[in-house]
Design a protein around this ligand. Structure first.
Ligand SMILES: NC(=O)c1ccc[n+]([C@@H]2O[C@H](COP(=O)([O-])OP(=O)(O)OC[C@H]3O[C@@H](n4cnc5c(N)ncnc54)[C@H](OP(=O)(O)O)[C@@H]3O)[C@@H](O)[C@H]2O)c1
Length: 297
């Protein structure tokens, strides 16, 4: 067993090979925990958030919950290769790490800054999200830095269809990333439009134009895939990470668990979100739309 006396938490962060295997084993049980959402009606975030002394303000909560994921991945890449005397990682590892960081530069930093408003986040949701990020970033980062393929020969074994599989996976990743941004932006546009209308009304009424807050202003989104479903931004994010998994190779357990655990965490939210939309806007306007997987849910 390779032991390490260095690192933020020796032997664990970054993990030794044995501890990596143990963390990966634990990570495979995450869907069980996430499926509790089917049984519990409380969810302290977004549409269903309520005031609580344990709430974080939305933007700060989101930023601090999401950043540890990509920071962990970068930390693994900056520590593990040295410990295993890997002098230069293959270009595939670098490309995959860069894609992960590109996604999280948007999701963790830009997203909370450009949202017109974000509902508060309960401490419990924050802790679950933080746990998700730490596990995911550490395991994917460890795989990319040392425990996955670290030579071109290993990559040839990893991908049944070689560079073609890698390229198709990355193309799918980018389609998902762009579609995720597009549908996130449709939700932003609802509040930006509402803010513009409030400003115009304020001006007409002779005020200075400073409108009311747009916090918790909800409408039925209409653009793109929102025409047929309520959570296309979730669906296309799964497509994005399925593309990433394809590029890593079907044997990459951390990438497979990322897709499975995202679906396990987000599917109940989307299905319950459809109930929320029906209660708010009326069954007749919503029931014909899918929640999140066209043709299934
Ligand atoms: N939630 C997760 O577990 C999770 C996991 C991985 C990735 N993501 C990704 O992170 C992004 C955000 O996820 P989320 O769960 O926060 O999504 P969400 O509940 O749909 O909310 C996204 C943002 O849009 C606003 N919003 C939602 N519905 C709206 C509507 N009908 N009209 C106007 N504004 C609306 C929300 O405001 P309020 O905050 O005020 O409700 C929030 O700021 C998505 O792209 C998702 O794919 C989420």
């Amino acid at each position: 067993m390779a032991t390490t006396t260095t690192g933020l938490v020796p032997n664990w962060y970054p993990p030794t090979g044995e501890n990596y295997d143990f963390l990966l084993y634990l990570w495979q049980w995450f869907p069980l925990m996430a499926s509790l959402q089917w049984l519990i009606s409380w969810y302290g975030m977004g549409k269903t958030s309520v005031s609580s002394p344990l709430n974080f303000p939305g933007r700060i909560g989101w930023l601090t919950m999401e950043c540890p994921g990509f920071l962990s991945l970068l930390y693994m890449l900056s520590t593990l290769p040295q410990q295993y005397n890997i002098t230069d990682l293959p270009w595939q590892n670098k490309v995959l790490a860069a894609l992960f960081v590109i996604h999280y530069a948007y999701r963790a930093i830009i997203f909370p800054l450009i949202q017109p408003s974000m509902s508060p986040l309960h401490l419990f949701v924050w802790l679950s999200g933080l746990g998700f990020q730490l596990f995911n970033g550490t395991l994917l980062g460890s795989w990319l830095a040392a425990y996955g393929p670290t030579t071109q020969a290993a990559w040839r074994e990893q991908l049944s269809f070689g560079v073609l599989q890698f390229t198709c996976g990355i193309a799918l990743f980018y389609v998902g990333l762009a579609a995720n941004y597009y549908h996130d932006d449709e939700l932003r546009e609802i509040r930006r439009r509402q803010a513009r209308q409030q400003t115009a009304k304020g001006r007409e009424a002779g005020g200075g134009g400073g409108g009311k807050s747009v916090e918790k202003h909800y409408e039925i989104p209409q653009a793109g895939l929102f025409k047929i479903m309520l959570y296309p931004h979730y669906f296309v994010e799964w497509v994005e990470w399925a593309g990433f998994y394809m590029a890593c190779g079907w044997g990459c357990v951390p990438a497979r668990m990322f897709v499975i655990n995202e679906v396990a965490a987000m599917l109940p939210r989307a299905v319950k979100g459809k109930q929320w939309y029906m209660q708010k806007f009326g069954r007749e306007k919503i029931e014909k739309k899918w929640a999140v997987i066209p043709g299934i849910w």
